[in-house]
Design a protein. Structure first.
Length: 250
């Protein structure tokens, strides 16, 4: 029997998150089915899958380095944001994400690391991955800080309640921990994964659908346009590399 690729089970578990997330956002189910879907759609499940996936993909040492760099960097910036409004703008978390440390839920830095990891293996390039992180926030921040109410903005927001400085902040935080990881792990970039790119796009689409369900159609359309633009850039880069490689072989 042929040996299964080592990431196939983590990817199956990751892709289970996609339908469960949209079901969890769209309907409220009870009983065993509701419990199972609710757990798979939860931030805890997402973090667990990230940890398993990153250890298998990066190896334990590099996965630990990424976790430490991404979570500590994001926690530092989150503390600045909650208490001083730097660099995102001033906001505060509600109790929806569980226990907090100085106003920041414990889950938040782990979610930064999880999103950062899946975006990085989707795009490979650190700058493009940081842009991908910004697009994620464009997609879900108006929903999560508005109708769902996991956090609230004190700083006046220009984009459906979200201040534009927040998107700059997301780029700063993401590129900071990506470059720190690059330095510590000795990697200029990583090989992007088509499977990861499809997962990233499906994750974005989940939040776009949720935006529409909550009456935020312009947010969904903005995210769709930005995601399409970023994927076009990636496709052109891949095409250029393929032509260069073919030319060198010729």
């Amino acid at each position: 029997m042929a040996k299964l690729p080592r990431l196939i089970i983590p990817w199956v578990l990751a892709y289970l998150y996609i339908p469960c997330l949209i079901i969890g956002n769209a309907v409220r189910l009870s009983g065993v089915v509701g419990f199972v879907i609710g757990f798979i759609a939860s931030p805890i499940y997402f973090v667990m899958i990230y940890l398993i996936h990153s250890i298998i993909r990066f190896g334990f040492r590099r996965a630990l380095v990424f976790l430490a760099v991404a979570s500590l960097t994001s926690m530092a910036f989150e503390l600045l944001g909650v208490n001083y409004g730097i660099p995102f703008g001033k906001y505060y978390y509600t109790q929806g994400l569980g226990p907090q440390v100085y106003g920041v839920p414990i889950l938040i830095p782990l979610l930064w690391a999880s999103l950062g990891y899946f975006t990085l293996i989707a795009y490979g390039d650190y700058v493009l991955s940081a842009v991908g992180m910004v697009i994620l926030d464009v997609t879900f921040d108006p929903l999560l800080s508005g109708p769902i109410g996991l956090w609230h903005w004190v700083t006046k927001g220009q984009f459906f309640g979200v201040p534009l400085t927040n998107f700059l902040g997301w780029f700063i935080v993401s590129i900071t921990f990506y470059l720190l990881y690059s330095r510590l792990a000795g990697l200029r970039g990583i090989e992007p994964s088509i499977t990861a790119l499809v997962f990233y796009d499906a994750y974005c689409v989940d939040w776009m659908i949720s935006d529409v369900l909550y009456g935020l159609m312009p947010v969904a359309l903005t995210s769709l346009a930005l995601t399409a633009a970023l994927n076009t850039v990636v496709a052109l880069r891949m095409r250029g590399r393929a032509r260069l490689s073919k030319g060198l072989r010729g």
